[in-house]
Design a protein around this ligand. Structure first.
Ligand SMILES: [Cu+2]
Length: 143
C-alpha cells in the first residue's frame, strides 16, 4: 500500500487525510488551499477509488515529485456527464494529443485539479504518462 510514503507526503496535511473523504461540496471557502481528496504517488492515485455524492467537487493534488495528469476515459462516462481532464481538454483524444504535443494537462508537484460531478455513475480516469503502469482511478458518484 505504500502507506508510509503517503503519510510522509501528507505531513502537515493530516486533516485532509482524515476529514475529506466523502465530504460534500461547497466547503472550499478560504482556508483549504492544502486540502485535497485524491493525492498522487510516483505511480498511483491515492486513494485510487473514491465515492462522492452528486454535486460534489473532487480535488486532486499532485503530492509526488513526478508530473501526472487526471484524464477521463471517454467511454467510461455515464450518459450526460461532462468530460473532465486536467488542462481542460474536451475529450480523451484531445487530452492525449495535448500531452504528446508538450505535456499539456500536466500537473506538477503541488498542482491541484478539481472537477464537480453532477451525474451519478462511475467515472474511470487515468494518468497519460503512467497509463502503462496502471495509474488509474475511479470516482463513483452517488445520487
Ligand atoms: Cu502519472
Amino acid at each position: 500500500m505504500e502507506r508510509r510514503e503517503f503519510l510522509a507526503a501528507a505531513t502537515g496535511l493530516t486533516a485532509a487525510t482524515a476529514g475529506c473523504l466523502g465530504r460534500s461540496s461547497g466547503n472550499t471557502a478560504g482556508t483549504e488551499t492544502t486540502d485535497y481528496d485524491v493525492g498522487m504517488s510516483t505511480r498511483e492515485f491515492k486513494p485510487a477509488e473514491i465515492e462522492v455524492s452528486a454535486g460534489s467537487t473532487v480535488v486532486w493534488r499532485n503530492t509526488s515529485s513526478h508530473a501526472h495528469t487526471v484524464t477521463a476515459y471517454d467511454d467510461s462516462l455515464p450518459d450526460g456527464a461532462d468530460y473532465f481532464a486536467s488542462g481542460g481538454f474536451e475529450n480523451q483524444t484531445a487530452a492525449q494529443q495535448g500531452w504528446f504535443d508538450g505535456a499539456g494537462g500536466a500537473l506538477y508537484s503541488g498542482d491541484v485539479y478539481e472537477h464537480t460531478f453532477e451525474v451519478p455513475g462511475e467515472y474511470v480516469y487515468f494518468c497519460i504518462p503512467h497509463e502503462a503502469s496502471r495509474m488509474v482511478g475511479t470516482v463513483t458518484v452517488t445520487e
